[in-house]
Design a binder for this molecule. Structure first.
Ligand code: XMP
Length: 511
């Protein structure tokens, strides 16, 4: 285990990814995590991430000196490097010239373990306005750049290493090499972590934790909650009850599809309860147009419905959540990142469900890793590679008010889009694609008559981890076919648009 201590920098999730890519298991924990807790986890190494603050300011994120005295190797990156210098008696101050972007760095100590197989000169990715002007006592300066005399420092006998640049960013030419050197040569990691062992270990851990307790899971039919539910079902079988709330904001026919897989006729050992709460949700959403308010209403109502079902079941010991890592980051609970959207699944917990503890078996996984876990669990491919679908469902793909009529429009348009993408054989190349109903009405002409109807927006993105995304290049003839089918087959739509925005600055969903 490697622990990544999060100081709120923008590349933190990339650090975790690079470690996983080296087949080393890692977890991200806040800088507020207690030292005792870190000791208990007994990591083979610790990585301190970048962060937006200045280490010498009073209220900045910091960590106590004892972290560096555990005998566990520590790698500080950017802010993490400055923090190491600051806490251990070096000097950090505003740099005369900040460095941003690709920067030439020169290795001064070729025999440093962190620079094994790294040439004397190479490009690194810098992003800093403070710098280490004086290395901490006992540390050796191991690299410099034109504007940064202490671009890297180390105290090899204590296994402490600091890099001012970001090796996790691909623009750092030998970044992966440096991270691998830290993991394999300095921490002694074997690099043998695999998804199959993660799955087996998770199931064992869950079984041990749950004992003969009762477990309750909110199943949405999406990839995350499905993988979490199957993992739980494999661990504790019929001690698990899954409640599936049909909030009327699912894709066309999806409620029935979920019931086929997880219901009594499906392959899994669990208790399945479907609640048809469509009207209730439409009632609460009537007249509401503000995106965050819609999200809150859907999230809260979901919890109320879920609670009512849970009350009928009575006391349970554990509650399962299908939270994955990007949810944690984007909701601002994983670190210092700003709240972009209040994700359904995170933060909002049922108050009145009588349970002891939460189980989040996927909390440390990225989306592509959740899918790999799903395959390991033997979940059918069509479910594992299903489109990710947000908790608030079509509610955030309908700009403006949500009601039954507008849900039907977006459901029908989306079904056509998905059908044509499947027919064209390009679905495997796309990360996520869907139709959204805009609140734009515009003039058209159909059969000699003037129309004044809605525009459907089509979106398709390529993405690895859903943190960044690019608009997909869908063949023109596919878009044409989808457009003409939607206009002809879906009432109240007279225009179809294709969204070319990447993330950032856009988000994948519209709200
Ligand atoms: P955004 O729109 O934030 O979406 O770029 C990133 C990914 O997250 C999904 N998403 C959600 N998933 N609850 C979820 O479980 C939510 O509230 C939620 N909002 C967005 C979105 O579909 C995309 O895959």
């Amino acid at each position: 285990l490697i622990i990544v201590i999060d100081f709120g920098g923008q590349y933190n999730q990339l650090v975790a990814r690079r470690v996983r890519e080296a087949n080393v298991y890692c977890e991200i924990h806040s800088y507020k995590t207690d030292l005792e807790k870190i000791k208990e986890m007994a990591p083979k190494g610790i990585i301190l991430t970048g962060g937006p603050a200045s280490v010498y300011k009073e209220d900045s994120a910091t960590y106590q000196k004892e972290l560096f005295e555990l005998g566990i190797p520590v790698l500080g990156l950017c802010y993490g490097a400055q923090l190491m210098a600051h806490v251990l008696g070096g000097t950090v101050e505003p740099a005369p010239a900040s460095e941003y972007g690709k920067t030439l760095m020169t290795v001064d100590q070729a025999d440093s373990k962190i620079f094994k197989d790294v040439p004397t000169e190479s490009t690194c990715w810098m992003s800093h306005f403070d710098y280490i002007s004086k290395a901490a006592p006992g540390f050796e300066v191991t690299a410099h750049t034109a504007n940064c005399p202490v671009a890297a420092m180390e105290k090899a006998e204590d296994k402490l290493y600091a890099l001012q640049w970001h090796p996790e960013v691909l623009h750092t030419e030998y970044g992966s090499q440096m991270i691998n050197n830290f993991l394999y040569d300095i921490c002694g990691c074997a690099g043998d972590w695999r998804m199959d062992s993660f799955v087996v270990e998770s199931i064992e851990k869950i079984r041990e934790k749950v004992g003969d307790g009762k477990v309750l899971c909110a199943l949405s039919g999406g990839v995350d909650s499905s993988v979490a539910a199957v993992m739980l079902s494999k661990a504790v079988g019929s001690q698990l009850t899954c409640v599936f709330v049909d909030h009327g904001l699912l894709r066309k026919n999806e409620g029935n599809e979920v019931e086929e897989v997880f219901g009594p006729n499906g392959p899994y050992d669990l208790n399945f309860i479907r609640v048809n709460a469509q009207e209730r949700f439409y009632g609460k959403l009537a007249g509401v147009t503000e995106p965050e308010q819609k999200r809150k209403i859907i999230g809260e109502e979901f919890i109320r419905v879920f609670e009512e079902e849970a009350k009928k079941i009575g006391k349970v010991d554990f509650l399962v959540q299908g939270t994955i890592y990007p949810d944690v980051v984007e909701s601002g609970v994983g670190g210092e990142s700003e709240v972009i959207k209040s994700h359904h699944n995170v933060g909002g917990l049922p108050d009145y469900v009588d349970f002891k503890e939460i189980i989040e078996p996927l909390r440390d996984l990225f989306k592509d890793e959740v899918r790999r876990a799903g395959l390991e669990l033997g979940i059918p491919e069509n479910l594992v590679f299903r489109q990710p679908f947000p908790g608030p469902g079509l509610g955030i793909r309908i700009i403006g008010e949500v009601n039954a009529d507008r849900v039907k429009i977006v459901q029908d348009a989306d079904a056509i889009y998905r059908e044509e993408i499947a027919n064209s054989g390009i679905s495997a190349d796309l990360g996520q694609y869907f139709a959204a109903l805009t609140n734009m009405q515009s003039v058209g002409v159909m059969g000699d008559e003037r129309t004044y109807d809605y525009a459907i927006a089509l979106r398709a993105v390529n993405t690895v981890d859903f943190m960044t995304a690019e608009a997909s290049e869908i063949p023109w003839e596919v878009l044409h076919k989808v457009t003409s089918r939607i206009i002809n087959e879906v009432d109240h739509v007279n225009r179809v648009l294709y969204d070319l925005t990447s993330k950032p600055p856009g988000t994948i969903e519209f709200e």
